[in-house]
Structure formats: C-alpha cells, structure tokens
Design a protein around this ligand. Structure first.
Ligand code: T1G
Length: 711
C-alpha cells in the first residue's frame, strides 16, 4: 500500500512552504495510514529549518470527508484522530488547510485544528456524525462553538446537515474564500500558497481555535444553557429514541461550562460510548447498505455502461405519475407526461405546479428551480410524441389489461432501444413484458408515494431484462437522488411483499381483541413513525383491498386481512371517508379512536370463530409485526428475490420509515439474535395454529451455523 500522505515541495517560487499531499481515494477518509502519514509529515516539516509553513492539500474530488467508517468495529490503531489534531495544534509552524468538496466529520475537525483555512466557494462543511449514531470524536463539539458560537454548533452537529461555506461567511470559520469551482484545484492550491506567503510576510503565524477561551458572561451562559435545553426537548421528538444527538448537546454544553481539557475528555467518553452502541452499529450498517445496494451483483467484466437518459415519458398524470415526472424534472431530465384526455392532463400538470408551489413556499426549492423544472415537463395525449424518448415509466391503472395495452402501444411507437418501465406495485412484470417485442428492455421502476419525496426505488428485473436495461435504470435512480435497489419479480416484489405480512399480523391482532390504537401505539413506541392502521387509513384501505381481490392466493383464508376487507365493504375506506380503523373529523381530519370500528371488528371476529384475548401485550404486537417482516425477508433472500440482506434493509429504511437507529429488519434480527427470532416465531406458530408462521429455512440454517443474515 503506497503511503497516501506525501510531503511535496511547493513550486520553486515558495520553497519555504511545504505541502502535505493526501491521496486516499475515494474521499480521502482518515484511515490509519493517513493519520500516521500526517503526523510523520508534520514532524518531517518541523525538522526542516527551511520550511516556515505547511499546507494540507488533497487529491481527488474532496478534502478529507471524515474518519474511515470502514475502520469502525475494528481495533482502533494509534495515532487516534485527537492525537493527530493535538499534533497540528502543537506544531510551531502555521498549518493551512486547502478546502474543497465535502469537508465532513473528522475532515472538518482536522481543518478546524489547523491555524488557517482557505476554501473554494461551494465547499460543504459539516459534522454528520449523528447520521452514524456518533458525535464528533476529535474536538468538533469544542472547536465549532469556539469559532462559530453555541447556536450554530448545536444546529450543525445535532442535525448532521452540512452547510456551504458561502452561507457561513459571517462566522469566520474560513479565512479566505476563493471563487474558483472545486474542479479548478490548482487555483485553490495556488491561492492557498499565496495566502500562506502573505501570512509569513505579515508574521501572522498562529491562530489556534482551542487557544481562544470560551468565556461567556453569566447572561450569555444562561442563554446558552437555555438553548441547549431547547435543543434537547426538540430532539426528543425530532430524533426520538436516538442517543447521539442528546450526547452531542451535552458535549457542546460542556464547551462553555467545563475547562477545555475536561470537556475534551468528556467528548471522547461520549464518542466511545456512541461508537460502541447498537444504534451506531445499525446506522453504520445503514450507510453501507445504501452504498452497496447501488452495486448490481453483475461481474465487473460484463457490467455494461448505463445508457445516458436524456429524455423520458411518464404515462399517467395521477398522483404517482405526477410525482415521478417531478423526479425526472428535478434531475434536469426532459419529461413528456401523457394522459388520455386533455382535462386529465391539465389536472395532472396543475397538481404538479401546486406541489412545486408548496415546496417553494416551504423554502425547500427556489422559484428559479421551480421554473426550470416546470419548463422540463410537457404534456401530451398523443403516443406519437413519445417516439424519440429514451425511457418511459408507465404509472397507469393497476390492472394487467390496461398495462399490457399500454406497453403494446409503446412498443409500436417508441424507438427500438427505448427502455419501457412500469411503476406497478404488485403486477407480474414478466407478463407485461410479453406484451412487447422488446421484453429485454422492460423493467420495473417501483416508486413510493409521494414519489418526489420518498427516496426508495425498487428496480425490478424480469426474467427477460438485460444487464444494460437494469444498469441504466439503477443509475437513473441514483441520478434522481434515489436509493435504487435491484429486486426480482414476485407478488409485491420485496417491500410490499414484506409489508403484507406486517399488515396481516396487525389485522389478526385486531381479530384477537387488540384495538387499532393499541396496535399502532405499540409500533410507535417500538420506533415506527406511524402505526400500520393509521397508515392504512391515510393511504386508503381500499388500495390493499383491490390488490387482494386481484390476487387470489389467499382467497381461501377468511381471516386474511378480514378487518380491513370488512371495513371497506362497510364503506369505511379510511381518511377519505372520515372513517376507517379510526374516525376523522370532517373539518380538521383529526384522528380519534372509533368504537364503531372496534365493534364491527369484534362482531366479524365472532363470525369467524376467533376467540377474543385480553392478554395481548405491546411486546407481542411488536414481535408479531417485526418478526413477520424478518421471516418474510428470509424467504425473499432464499428465493433470490433480493440479492443481499442489506438490500432489504435499504428498502425498509427508505420506503417504510423503519427506524434508522435499528438498521433495518435484517440488521435488527442479527442484533437481537436469530435464535430469539426463530424461537419466538415457533411460539407464534403454536399459538396461531395457522400457516402464517412457518419459520424460513434460511433462519434455521443460520442459527445452526452461528451465522448472521447480514454477514
Ligand atoms: N469512510 C469510508 N468510506 C467512505 C466514507 C467514509 N467516511 N465516505 C464515503 N465513503 C465511500 C463510500 O462508501 C463509497 O464507497 C465511496 O466512498 C463514494 O461515496 C472522528 C468519527 C463524502 C458526501 O459521514 O457523506 O468523521 O461504494 O458514493 O455521493 O468525528 O460519501 O465506492 O466502495 O457516497 O460523492 C463522518 C460520509 C465520518 C461522510 C461523498 N463522515 N460520506 O458522496 O460518494 S465519522 C461522513 C458521505 C467521523 C469524527 C467522526 C459521502 C460524501 P464505494 P459516495 P458521493
């Protein structure tokens, strides 16, 4: 392994300045070799009397983007990052960081430890550790409050959101902001060297943040303490159940209530506690699960180059079609929206305009961007207008007949190499592909509602889909900012197939005597954002009802989703009829428990001969719903519908609001132990006496071998 850190001489005109050049692709993460290399380079530069100043510079697309997350979980090796930052602080010669790209986590802490910082406009700086269940572990909670104040430190560190240096000019974090874009890195290096020469000429050589006292007078200290408490209260809701954000507030509070060395020691203590926690293991797993999901299980030799998609069409301007059209426009891609009638088309385009307007009002998107996106969307009722598009996404009625008719028309009209995708949630795309003469170009692109918000995209490979089509669809998803996950064809693919088991247990529990609020509250307590029955009411119970009517697999089982189906047949479709599992205020739409629904379900249960139980615990609710997910996920892995357990986690984290600090159903199963899962499922199997709880053979196998789902 070549040393990723080299001392390189500056161009002849500045031979008293040396450059610590870091080249550790892909993001210059602070691996052990980089940490050791930086320390050695500083020592070498200090010993060279002709050197008066040091510039830290990086090759590649970004300055250091953080600690090397791949090293977490392994035995940490010295020098640890705080030792490296201490070495920078002790250096007698000024060290100047040349910043560009995404300067995150330990990378930003290293930059803050330097004497000065030069940055290219557009550079992002941030401390995203909480996204990994961590807090900054190398002084960030002490450095940032000192240079930028407690409030900005609380905001940046507890949100984990990076900010552009341009917006932070007033805080004095950056000493020189230069206008070149980050692709013109030589200019950055040249400007940094010029800046350093001026420092030396003016004899300004030492500006160490930690040497700046954090003295707040009693009034400011009280205000800062109150602000910390406000953040604790806000985070208790916004980041419910997560430890790291709360630890971050405590560490930032120490920055103005404890001496620096004590506060630094506390920060390290909190960091190590977080790094060893199950929450951080889960969130680091989530990070890599999403990165890995984008990699198709295709050998690199045969992996084709994705087609560059320049123009697309969307069939259907309803809620899904409109949202999908927005995804493409947001990514700068021309999109033609086709509807069957001018009035439906106008309605669809107006709905898109309204959603953009709402986003602009909320400050999520600028007016310029809205105008750019709207200009990329054109409507038509003529299939002929789709003749030159590179890809089509069909988002029409969920019936096979309609879709086969549409795909046959598309096949006739579109150019031979156009990709034809369906957004279907349940239907067999193999059958849809057969309606065309190009089945190898047919693929599923399953968006999740609201399509312009939800990050998950299930890319469904039929038995005919070729690698070119699959790679192109996956890459297009990433271009739209989606987490693309490749799956195979089965009823409900991966996410909805598992979700059906989750909903099945929720409905069975109602038949056994649980109330909708007990089931939902138990799942919210467990960590889900909303309970399954409230979600069902919100989206409309009739959607699942229609899908079940179309899918005959369970028609012989009267208990399967019996409460949901009975409510639909009683005209209680959920929010849209102000009554479903709950009742909804006609004006405010406020949800409240509804005895009518409970009595209807109880009566129906009696007809089915289901014995009512009064001993259903929240734990039983949680285990039955979550273990149903795990068991079905194991079947999905066995059947090759998903390629990796981590892919299933990426789906559940980005499509269904699974708590990120639990890592996804597969990660969670490994964390609590597969033996516990299998034993509990067998208990449910005996208790239920139905076919729902057949333990997936893969789970038994992994328990026998002492292996994990995510290993
Ligand atoms: N460590 C190791 N690998 C990393 C990495 C990291 N920090 N960041 C990215 N990668 C890999 C990633 O897995 C992928 O690998 C490749 O780089 C390109 O990533 C002490 C403790 C920097 C904005 O949380 O936000 O510092 O798939 O596809 O879209 O207080 O990566 O190619 O094999 O995402 O251009 C804090 C996380 C760490 C930054 C670039 N830092 N990374 O986005 O590329 S904790 C982070 C990102 C810490 C200190 C604490 C993004 C990016 P592969 P990519 P990108």
């Amino acid at each position: 392994m070549t040393n990723p850190v080299l001392l390189i001489p500056t161009t002849p005109h500045a031979d008293n300045i040396t450059i610590i050049n870091i080249d550790n692709p892909p993001v210059n993460a602070l691996s052990h070799a980089v940490r050791q290399g930086v320390v050695d380079a500083i020592t070498q530069a200090e010993q060279n009397e002709s050197i008066e100043a040091i510039v830290i510079y990086c090759q590649g697309k970004t300055f250091i983007a953080g600690a090397d997350i791949k090293e977490f979980g392994k035995t940490p090796k010295e020098p640890h990052l705080p030792d490296v930052l201490q070495r920078i602080n002790q250096c007698k010669k000024p060290i100047i960081a040349a910043l560009f790209g995404s300067v995150l986590g330990g990378g930003f802490e290293l930059a803050l430890a330097c004497h000065y910082r030069v940055a290219v406009k557009g550079t992002k700086i941030g401390l995203p550790e909480v996204n990994l269940g961590l807090i900054p572990g190398a002084g960030g909670t002490q450095l940032l409050p000192r240079i930028a104040g407690v409030e900005l430190a609380l905001t940046m560190i507890t949100s984990g959101k990076p900010q552009k240096v341009d917006q932070l000019d007033e805080y004095g974090i950056i000493d020189l902001l230069i206008s070149a874009d980050s692709s013109n890195k030589d200019h950055l290096l040249h400007e940094t060297i010029t800046f350093t020469k001026e420092l030396l000429e003016q004899n300004q050589t030492s500006k160490i943040i930690t040497q700046q006292p954090m003295t707040l007078n009693s009034e400011k200290k009280q205000a800062a303490l109150a602000l910390c408490q406000q953040f604790r209260d806000k985070l208790a809701k916004k980041s419910r159940g997560q430890q790291a954000p709360q630890s971050a507030v405590n560490s930032i509070e120490n920055s103005f209530t404890l001496p620096l060395n004590e506060a630094m020691a506390k920060e390290r203590e909190y960091f190590l506690e977080c790094r060893g926690s199950a929450q951080s293991r889960a969130m680091r797993h989530a990070f890599f699960a999403e990165k890995t999901a984008s990699k198709l299980m295709i050998s690199s030799e045969t992996k084709p180059t994705p087609t560059d998609i320049k123009s697309v069409a969307v069939i259907g301007a309803g809620t899904m079609g409109g949202g999908i059209a927005m995804c493409f426009a947001n990514a700068g891609i021309n999109v033609t929206l086709l509807e069957m009638s001018e009035s439906n088309l106008a309605k669809g385009i107006n709905a898109i305009a309204k959603r953009y307007q709402q986003a602009q009002t909320r400050g999520i998107i600028s007016k310029e961007k809205v105008n750019q996106c709207m200009a990329l969307i054109t409507g038509t009722c003529e299939y002929q207008d789709l003749a030159q598009v590179d890809l089509v996404v069909e988002a029409a009625f969920e019936t096979m007949e309609v879709k086969q008719q549409i795909f046959s028309q598309l096949d006739n009209v579109c150019k031979p190499d156009a990709i034809l995708a369906s957004n279907t949630s349940y239907l067999d795309i193999d059958e849809i592909a057969k309606a065309t003469t190009r089945p190898e170009k047919v693929v599923g692109m399953h968006f999740f509602s609201p399509a312009n918000i939800m990050k998950l995209l299930e890319v469904v490979a039929t038995k005919y889909t070729d690698a070119q089509t699959l790679t192109t669809a996956m890459t297009l998803g990433k271009k739209m900012g989606k987490i693309s996950v490749a799956v195979k064809v089965c009823y409900g693919f991966v996410g909805n197939r598992m979700y059906a088991c989750y909903g099945r247990e929720a409905n069975m529990l109602l038949l056994e005597g649980a109330t909708p609020q007990q089931v939902d509250n138990a799942m919210v307590q467990w960590g889900m954002a909303m309970g399954p029955l409230a979600v069902n009411d919100m989206s409309g119970i009739d959607i699942g009802y229609k899908a079940r009517q179309a899918n005959t697999d369970r028609s012989d089982d009267p208990c399967y989703f019996a409460p949901a189906d009975m409510l639909v047949e009683a005209g209680r479709l959920g929010q849209k009829t102000h009554a479903g599992f709950y009742q909804y205020d006609e004006k405010t739409n406020k949800r409240s428990p509804d005895d009518t629904a409970v009595n209807l379900i109880r009566t129906h249960a009696a007809k089915l001969g289901i014995k009512q139980r009064s001993d259903i615990s929240d734990e039983e609710v949680q285990q039955r719903l979550i273990f149903a997910l795990i068991n079905e996920g194991a079947y999905i892995l066995e059947q090759g519908i998903a390629s990796r357990a981590s892919d299933i986690d990426a789906i559940w984290l980005n499509g269904y609001g699974f708590p990120r600090y639990l890592g996804g159903p597969m990660c969670y199963a490994d964390e609590i132990g597969l033996e516990t899962v299998v034993t509990t499922i067998k208990k449910f199997q005996q208790q239920a006496g139905n076919t729902y709880w057949q333990v997936a053979p893969l789970l038994e196998k992994l328990v026998a071998e002492g292996e994990k789902l995510t290993s």
